[in-house]
Design a protein around this ligand. Structure first.
Ligand code: IFM
Length: 452
C-alpha cells in the first residue's frame, strides 16, 4: 500500500453553485434568472423539478458550514446569483443580496474555511436574456459591472475568484443543444455567445484587478482528454479537432489571444461571431490560476453530418478497455484527470492550478440504519486523487482540490435525479446525512493524504 501524500498547505474543498443549492428564488428582492424561467416552463426539466427550494441553503447556510467543518474542509467554492445582487442585471446593488453572501463569507472565515467565489455559474438575470443574453455583445459590459460590484462588496475577505464556471458547457448546452437555460438552438447566436463570454471575461478581469491588483483570479474550465472512438485516421483527426474545440475554445483566447482554428476541417465560424478589431487583445488575460473541472474522458467519432466541426462524441467502437459507468452514465477512468492536468501544465507553461470540480453521481440513499454506504464514490475519489498526486509529482502545480459536490443538489436538466454529494439530502425534509465518501474525504483532508 503506497502512501498518497499532498503538499503542505494543499486546499481541501467542495464546490456548489447558487441555483443548485440556494432556493429562496424570490426572496429579499432577488430578480428572476434564466434558470427560474426555464424550470418554470413545462417540459424542460425531468419530473418538473425546479430550484425554487433546492437545498434551502439560503436559510440553512450556518448548518452547511458546520458540516464543512465536520468534513475538515479548508476551502469552499460557491457562486453568486447575479440576480440576487442586481435583480435586473444592471444598476445599483440589492443590499439584501450582498448581505447574504457577506454573512456566508463571514461564517466560512470564522470556521477557518477559505471562501472561493465564482461570479457566474449559469444564472443570468432574465432581464438581460430579454435584451439578447450572451449573444448580445452588451452583456459583456453588464457582466464587468457586476464583477466590480461583487469585488467591492466581498473582495476584502474573498481573495480567490473564478470568473466563469465551464464557459464551454453553458454556451453550448444552453445556446446550441438547448436542454439548459435559456434553451436556444440556432447556430450563429451560439458562436456569438461564445465570443461575448470571452469578451466578458477579459473585461471583468480588468475591472476586478483595477479594484484590487492582488486578487487571485481564474476561471473554471471543463476539460476532458479526447480519444478516437475507432482506430481509424478519420476518428483520430476528429478527436484532435474535438480536443481543440472542447478544451481550447476558451483557454486559447484567454491565455493566447486566439481562437483554435484547428478545430475546423473547413472554414471556422469567425464571420458570425461578431469579432471586432482589438477584441482578441482585450480577451487575452494573465489569469492567476487555472481552475479545472474534470469528470471523464471523451471518445470522439468522425461525423460528416455535424456542421462546422464534423466530429461528435461517441463510442468507443474499437474494443478499447473502458471503466464502469456512474449513474449518470459517465465513465470512471481515473487517468483522465491526470491527462487534463498535464495537458494544461504542458501547453501553458505550468500555471498554478486548482481542481475546481471533480465528482460522480450515484443514487445511494440511507439504509435501515440511516447510513449512506456509497463505497463506489469513495473508490472514485481514491482513483482521482491518486491521479492528482501523480500529476503533482510530475511537475503540475496543483494547490487545491474541490469535490463536486458538498451535498446532493439540483442537477440542471436532470432535476434531483442525479446525486453528486458527499452529504445526502432528503429533499422532502431537508435532512442532511454525511455519506461514507464524505467521512473518507474528511480523513484525507485531516491527514493531507491517504493509503492508496
Ligand atoms: O452540476 C454540475 C455543475 O453545475 C457544473 N459541473 C458539472 C456538474 C455535474 O454535472
Amino acid at each position: 500500500m503506497a502512501k498518497i501524500q499532498f503538499p503542505d498547505g494543499f486546499h481541501w474543498g467542495t464546490a456548489t453553485a447558487s441555483y443548485q443549492i440556494e432556493g429562496a428564488w424570490q426572496e429579499d428582492g432577488k430578480g428572476e434568472s434564466i434558470w427560474d424561467r426555464f424550470c418554470h416552463t413545462s417540459g424542460k426539466i425531468k419530473n418538473g423539478d425546479t430550484g425554487d427550494v433546492a437545498c434551502d441553503h439560503y436559510h440553512r447556510y450556518p448548518e452547511d458550514v458546520a458540516l464543512m467543518r465536520e468534513l475538515n474542509l479548508s476551502s469552499y467554492r460557491f457562486s453568486l446569483a447575479w440576480p440576487r445582487i442586481q435583480p435586473q442585471g444592471r444598476g445599483s446593488a440589492n443590499a439584501k443580496g450582498i448581505d447574504f453572501y457577506s454573512r456566508l463569507v463571514d461564517e466560512l472565515l470564522d470556521a477557518g474555511i477559505r471562501p472561493m467565489v465564482t461570479l457566474y455559474h449559469w444564472d443570468l438575470p432574465q432581464a438581460l436574456q430579454d435584451a439578447g443574453g450572451w449573444p448580445n455583445r452588451d452583456t459583456a459590459g453588464r457582466f464587468a459591472d457586476f464583477a466590480e460590484i461583487a469585488v467591492r462588496a466581498l473582495g476584502d475577505r474573498v481573495r480567490q475568484w473564478l470568473i466563469f464556471n465551464e464557459p464551454k458547457v453553458f454556451t453550448v448546452i444552453g445556446h446550441r443543444i438547448g436542454i439548459h437555460a435559456p434553451g436556444m438552438t440556432e447556430r450563429d447566436p451560439y458562436w456569438r455567445s461564445t465570443h461575448t463570454v470571452n469578451l466578458a471575461q477579459g473585461q471583468a478581469f480588468r475591472a476586478m484587478k483595477s479594484c484590487d491588483a492582488e486578487l487571485e483570479i481564474g476561471t473554471a474550465f471543463n476539460l476532458s482528454p479526447c480519444e478516437a472512438a475507432a482506430d481509424t485516421d478519420a476518428d483520430r483527426a476528429a478527436a484532435q479537432r474535438w480536443h481543440h474545440y472542447v478544451n481550447g475554445w476558451f483557454l486559447e483566447p484567454t491565455l493566447r489571444g486566439r481562437y483554435p482554428e484547428e478545430a475546423f476541417p473547413d472554414a471556422p465560424p469567425f464571420d458570425v461571431m461578431g469579432i471586432e478589431e482589438g477584441d482578441l487583445d482585450a480577451i487575452r488575460i494573465p489569469l492567476d490560476f487555472i481552475g479545472i473541472n474534470h469528470y471523464t474522458r471523451t471518445f470522439v467519432r468522425h461525423a460528416p453530418e455535424m456542421e462546422d466541426l464534423r466530429a461528435l462524441p461517441g463510442g468507443p467502437t474499437a474494443g478499447q478497455k473502458v471503466g464502469p459507468k456512474t449513474d449518470f452514465g459517465w465513465e470512471v477512468w481515473p487517468d483522465s484527470i491526470y491527462e487534463s492536468i498535464m495537458q494544461v501544465t504542458r501547453d501553458y507553461d505550468a500555471p498554478l492550478i486548482e481542481i475546481t470540480e471533480n465528482g460522480c453521481s450515484y443514487g445511494d440513499g440511507p439504509n435501515d440504519q440511516g447510513a449512506v454506504d456509497d463505497g463506489r464514490r469513495e473508490e472514485f475519489y481514491k482513483g482521482a486523487l491518486t491521479s492528482v498526486a501523480r500529476a503533482i509529482a510530475d511537475g503540475a502545480k496543483v494547490r487545491g482540490y474541490h469535490a463536486w459536490s458538498l451535498m446532493d443538489n439540483f442537477e440542471w436538466a436532470e432535476g434531483y435525479d442525479q446525486r453528486f454529494g458527499l452529504i445526502h439530502v432528503d429533499f422532502a425534509t431537508q435532512q442532511r446525512t454525511l455519506k461514507r465518501s464524505g467521512r473518507w474525504l474528511a480523513e484525507v483532508a485531516a491527514n493531507n493524504g491517504f493509503d492508496g
